[in-house]
Design a protein. Sequence first.
Length: 506
Amino acid sequence: MSDLRETRLEKAKVLQSLGQGPYGLNFKATDSSVFLQEKFKDLPNGKENSEVVSMAGRVTARRVMGKLAFFTLADETGTIQLFLEKATLNQNENHKNLQNNFENITSLVDSGDWIGVSGILRRTDRGELSIKVFEWTMLSKSLQPLPDKWHGLADVEKRYRQRYLDLIVNPQSRKTFRTRALLVSSIRRWLDEKNFLEIETPVLQSEAGGADARPFITHHNTLDLPLYLRIATELHLKRLVVGGFQKVYELGRIFRNEGISTRHNPEFTSVEIYEAFADYFDMMKLTEELLSSVCEKICGSTKIIYQSQEIDLSPPWRRATMHELVQEFTGIDFRIFGDSIMEARAAMLQEGLQVPDKADSVGRLLNEAFEQAVEPKLIQPTFVMDYPIEISPLARKHRSKDGLVERFELFIVGRETANAFSELIDPVDQKERLLLQQDKKEAGDLEAHSLDEDFINALEVGMPPTGGLGIGIDRFVMLLTDSPSIRDVIAFPLMRPESNLKQSGK
């Protein structure tokens, strides 16, 4: 590797001595590879077009054969072949810079270099559309070779650590991140057209609330103030509803100091949506319409393939309560236990389910049974409704079912994709529940909510009935791009430094 780098450095010095310079200032490209491929798709084999075009890109392959050479030039949209002919490049009338001749482009330009070219379109006898180059200029000399084009980046970890290399050699990665960008803009456009207003809320917060999650802690030096990176946008968006905005949302980054897995990254993206005078049934309809319409726009259909399984996002989606689903998959009806934790624990053990010590109520045991026995099996879109009140401190009590709240989560391919409530707007009830959470936090539960007195004060000012919804953008992108890991859809996922890995021997 070091010898190759030294060789390329020497070529950079030669370019400098020729007055070319290894690093250009700018280049006015008039065309892209995909545009040229489409515009000249009917050009016959062996024929040329007299129209002069110019294009810039990275050289990804090169073949030199005597007085002819063929390079592959890649830009953001695709690739096109460069047809380099000694007789053409070395004619003085075709260029003013004698250093940009055939000998120099074939000896000084390597795979990985950025160059700009101008010329005319020619289709080779074998049918390959090519730019017959009249002039070329070096834009950036690459000092390191690209990964082997046949094997690419076999090291998956290296794909995540050096995403720039992954994007160069893996067209599917570029497609994934282009799809992600289109998906995000489509969600925003859909919400904007429905008269939702996006308002940004603080990333640095004095109280981290709105979710059961451990926050990242930082410090403001001037104010000498401990602060948290937000774990949700919920509590500030609700303040906006109190202030009179009836339909608000924010799409942005969330930070949670949690583990890393194929579905978890400490820094991720979500959209939270709040609508006054709505409840969780309204949020179900909104979720169906939003996600199915975005899927159809991005993929051309509401039926997609994910990891060899067909997923149908056509509304309406299945609706079932957590009690119903747990009984369906385990045979256990938790409704018969009342408050008897012992009976619920015994029933779970009989069905081979684990019973963690922290599950200190029938409601928490119900949720444990759901996560172990039901969640992984919910492949088609399913709204799981009516959660235990113990695990939903920000959701409104169910209008007709004791011990439950008006909450749903959307599961697709065994993953939670969305979470929604009929929001709790009673300040007395909310404070009581947050005080219970505060007790858990003080007892050592690092994911429990803290008491946000200003949020309680906002509720006391008066919040209208409201439906709230949160959607995990990364998991939805995973679904639409057939990506098995969340790190495939986050351009720069958090990774342990390589130096730490070497020290630990991993």
